[in-house]
Design a protein around this ligand. Structure first.
Ligand SMILES: Nc1nc(=O)c2c([nH]1)NC[C@@H]1CN(c3ccc(C(=O)N[C@@H](CCC(=O)O)C(=O)O)cc3)C=[N+]21
Length: 292
C-alpha cells in the first residue's frame, strides 16, 4: 500500500483561480482591485524569498501589491508609522508584517498594531479571539490552507481523531481550533508530551509543525491516516534519492508506506499558505467595501 500524495500546488492553483474570478468581480463592482501590503524589515534571505513569492502571487491574481522594505536597523517608530499609514489607506485591504523581525523589534507587538479588518495573516489578538469564540474574522493562512487540503483530499474531519504536533500561536493553536470548529476530536501534542509516538499513532489526521527534519517516523502513523507536513527544514544538500534540500517534519518515504494520504515538502502546505493569503485579502476588501 502506498499513500495518495496530496498535491498542494494543484489545490493552491484551484484556490488562486477562484480568487482571480473574485478579484475580477470586485473590480467590476468597485472600479479598483483589492490591495495587499507586505512589510519586510531587514535582509533575511528566506524572508525575502517568501515576500517575493507573495508579491508575485498578488500580481498573478490581479491584487495590487504594496511591497514595503525597511532596513534591518529600522526603528520601532518607523515600523509603527508605516503600519498606521497602511491601516488608514483605503487602497490597502490587507497588511502583513513578515516574521521574524530583527531582534530589537517585537513581532507580536507590531503585528498587533494591524487593523483586525486588514489582518490577512489572522495573527492579531483580535483575530485569534474571534477564532477562539467562533466569531467571523480572518483566519490564519496556513491552518486554513490545511483544512482546504483535507477537504480537497476527501478526508472526513468530523468525528476524526486529529493530533496536531506543535502548539505555536502561528500554527498549532489556530489549527486545533479550526479542526474543532469542524467537529474533530483534537489533541495538541508538543515537546513535553509523554510518549509522542503513542499519541501520534491514535491520529486519523496527523499534522506536524515542529521544525525538526523528519522527526515523525513511519511507525508513529496509524495505517490509512491523513498526514499533513507543515515543517520546512532546509538541509545543506538534498538527502539521498531526493531532488530538494527542503524536508518536512515527517520522514516522508516511511510515512508514504503507511499513511492513506500525505502532503509532500515542498509542494504541500507551503503553496496553500500563499493561496489563502490571497483569499483573505479579497475577503478583507469585500468586508471593507461593506459587502456580505
Ligand atoms: N507574517 C508572516 N506570515 C506568514 O505566512 C509567514 C511569515 N510571516 N514568516 C515565515 C512563514 C513561512 N511561510 C511560508 C510561505 C510559503 C511557503 C512556500 O511556498 N513553500 C514552498 C517552497 C518554497 C521554497 O522553495 O523555499 C513549498 O513548500 O512548496 C513556505 C513558507 C509564510 N510565513
Amino acid at each position: 500500500m502506498s499513500a495518495t500524495i496530496i498535491d498542494g500546488k494543484q489545490v493552491a492553483a484551484e484556490v488562486r483561480a477562484e480568487v482571480t474570478r473574485e478579484v475580477e468581480a470586485f473590480v467590476e463592482r468597485h472600479g479598483r482591485p483589492p490591495g495587499l501590503a507586505t512589510i519586510l524589515v531587514g535582509e533575511d534571505a528566506a524572508s525575502a524569498v517568501y515576500v517575493g513569492g507573495k508579491q508575485r502571487a498578488c500580481a498573478e491574481v490581479g491584487i495590487k501589491g504594496f511591497d514595503h522594505r525597511l532596513p534591518a536597523d529600522a526603528s520601532r517608530a518607523e515600523v509603527v508609522a508605516l503600519i498606521e499609514r497602511l491601516n488608514a489607506d483605503p487602497d490597502v485591504s490587507g497588511i502583513l508584517c513578515q516574521l521574524p523581525v530583527p531582534g530589537h523589534l517585537d513581532g507580536v507587538e507590531l503585528t498587533n498594531l494591524i487593523d483586525p479588518d486588514k489582518d490577512v495573516d489572522g495573527l492579531t489578538v483580535a483575530s485569534a479571539g474571534r477564532l477562539a469564540l467562533g466569531l467571523p474574522g480572518l483566519r490564519s493562512c496556513t491552518p486554513a490552507g490545511v483544512i482546504r487540503l483535507l477537504d480537497a483530499a476527501g478526508v472526513a474531519i468530523e468525528g476524526a481523531e486529529a493530533v496536531v504536533i506543535g502548539r505555536s500561536n502561528l500554527f498549532g493553536k489556530p489549527m486545533a481550533q479550526l479542526l474543532l470548529e469542524r467537529n474533530a476530536t483534537v489533541t495538541i501534542a508538543h515537546s513535553r508530551t509523554t510518549d509522542l509516538a503513542d499519541v501520534a499513532s491514535r491520529a486519523d489526521i496527523l499534522i506536524a509543525a515542529v521544525g525538526r527534519a523528519e522527526m515523525v517516523r513511519g511507525d508513529w502513523i496509524k495505517p490509512g491516516a491523513a498526514v499533513i507536513d507543515v515543517g520546512i527544514n532546509r538541509l545543506a544538500e538534498p538527502p539521498a534519492g531526493r531532488s530538494s534540500a527542503l524536508v518536512g517534519d515527517i520522514a516522508f518515504d516511511e510515512a508514504l508506506a503507511v499513511a492513506g494520504a500525505i502532503t509532500p515538502v515542498p509542494g504541500g502546505v507551503g503553496p496553500m499558505t500563499i493561496a489563502k493569503l490571497l483569499d483573505n485579502t479579497v475577503q478583507a476588501a469585500r468586508l471593507q467595501a461593506g459587502e456580505d
